[in-house]
Design a protein around this ligand. Sequence first.
Ligand code: F6P
Length: 334
Amino acid sequence: MYTLPSLTAQKSVRSIAILTSGGDAPGMNPAIRGVVRAALHQGIEVFGINRGYSGLISDDMAPMSSSSVSNIVQRGGTILKSDRCEAFKKPDVRASAAEILRARGIDALVVIGGDGSLTGAHLLQQETGIEVIGLPGTIDNDIFGTDDTIGFDTAVNTALEAIDRIRDTASSHERHFLVEVMGRASGFIAIHVGMAAGAEMILVPERAIEIERISEELAAARRAGTGSSGIIVVAEGPEPGLTYRLAQQLKEHGQDPRVCILGHIQRGGSPTGHDRVLATCMGAMAVSYLGAGYSDIMVGVRDGQILDVPLEDIIRFRKGLDPTLLELALQVHR
Ligand code: F6P
């Protein structure tokens, strides 16, 4: 459970808008529901913007009611749709977005998304004065200032379920599998999935990959009769294709691994109970923060405490893997 900050209502908010942006994440729907239900409870009107910033700049939005978020808490994806909007990177486009919000009498915008989406929210606030609150919605868990992001827990569990299945065939055929998980340039998903799946090895962008060492360890385990099959979890890294290249290099060293790219499977599915609670708390707190006069912040969580993180910090600082966790994982999983 989370400890919530005690906030005092400072200002009257009449109308807000909400959008989801960037790669979708399981838990975005409970977050939307949390925002909408908390806002309506406080007499605040809510507009749902379709397709992220693209919908904002084309004025594609509609009022939301309590029933428009009924029966969505268990659904993956986002009922508001999402996209990666290149146009919103331009200041003049952000200026026209602010005009659209003002013309509709909307006081503030709630943005649920990853670091790119939250950067857009920060720039909108700085350049136009539109009040913004961000919620960390990404399976990658790579946002500075928060221990957890909406969707991470579900993605880890989805990958885990897939790996448990891969283990059956790996074991039957006495093969090694390179299983690629998402996470871009960060190894959060890989470390958590690797630990939970009891992977024989975990390869993350934070550590150099040594093909010869990996190949020797696989061969030694085979010779010793301790590892005829196994799972090597690989973080996808910043460029596509890494895992296929690794498999090729291991082949050149006498190994014959199979590759399984889990890909977008990790982004879908019903959010776990953990993600539903996190998203609901964060969504409702976004409304409380607005009422307490906050803006240009993200709602985060640290050591179980829900708190505010300046959006500027999210842009300035990078969240790294905890080196102790990395060390521990590599001791157990190589
Ligand atoms: O940021 C979330 C994420 O799922 C990353 O893990 C992944 O690299 C990327 O999005 C994939 O993006 P897209 O769905 O646009 O291909």
